[in-house]
Design a binder for this molecule. Structure first.
Ligand code: MG
Length: 237
């Protein structure tokens, strides 16, 4: 998972650094596929429950699970969320990040920065013996203070032998509640925050999740190993 996670982080940065207006979301997925091919891993999302591509690309009011398309062209100011999975020797990792194309509106940049900060606040809580509610409450606190909507219908999860494993890791909750996390567990934490409410809807494509009120959304995710004294982020370079 360490090897897979490094490949994954490399691909996400590669795609983010090359995304400019005029490219299609399909171009981003094709770049992710090509970059991963040079690194040697396998794309975990391709074919997962029938997902048709290697990368989820979700733009503006799309929260997660956007399907890449040649018809979806990036414009300056768009929020682009890219979610990727890498499998290496049978082990799976999962991570995502959001970025803004071209010059960034400060209000949108703050949404992104705060969502990433909420992810790190959740990760900072991790160590053997911590309860899932402790992690969830730490994420929620950062996003509540920012005044953002927290998507509830989708949550973080265990990951490793499969893309989605137990336990669920919600982005809201009460400290002191929930199952106890143990050293050696690997989980994906993935806060999704909006400039509006927390309700989401699914498009008729069967995949794309967008905000019900069409407010803009951000998504950050890491795969993390829990250790006795803390944690290790596996999906960073
Ligand atoms: Mg995930």
């Amino acid at each position: 998972m360490r090897v897979a996670g490094k490949m994954l982080a490399t691909v996400l940065q590669h795609v983010k650094n090359r995304a400019v207006k005029g490219m299609s979301t399909q171009d981003l997925a094709d770049r992710a596929a090509a970059e991963l091919k040079t690194l040697g891993g396998a794309p975990s999302f391709l074919g997962y429950q029938g997902f048709p591509d290697v990368l989820c690309v979700s733009v503006n009011d799309e929260v997660v699970h956007g399907i890449p398309s040649k018809l979806n062209i990036l414009e300056d100011g768009d929020i682009v969320s890219i979610d990727f999975g890498v499998t290496w020797k049978g082990m799976v990792t999962d991570a995502a990040l959001s970025f803004i194309v071209g010059p960034a509106d400060p209000k949108l940049q703050k949404l992104l920065n705060t969502t990433e900060r909420s992810l790190m606040a959740g990760i900072d809580k991790l160590k053997a013996g911590v309860r899932i509610g402790d992690v969830a409450a730490a994420i929620q606190k950062v996003l509540d203070e920012g005044g953002y909507g927290i998507v509830r219908d989708l949550v973080g999860h265990g990951v490793g032998h499969m893309l989605h494993e137990d336990p669920n890791i919600p982005n809201y909750g009460h400290a002191g509640s929930g199952d106890v996390l143990k050293a050696g567990m690997t989980i994906a934490i993935e806060p999704m925050a909006t400039l509006g409410g927390h309700h989401v809807t699914q498009d008729s494509d069967g995949w794309t999740i967008r905000t019900a009120d069409h407010s803009l959304a951000a998504h950050f995710e890491h795969t993390i190993l829990i250790t006795e004294k803390g944690s290790e982020i596996l999906t960073q370079i």
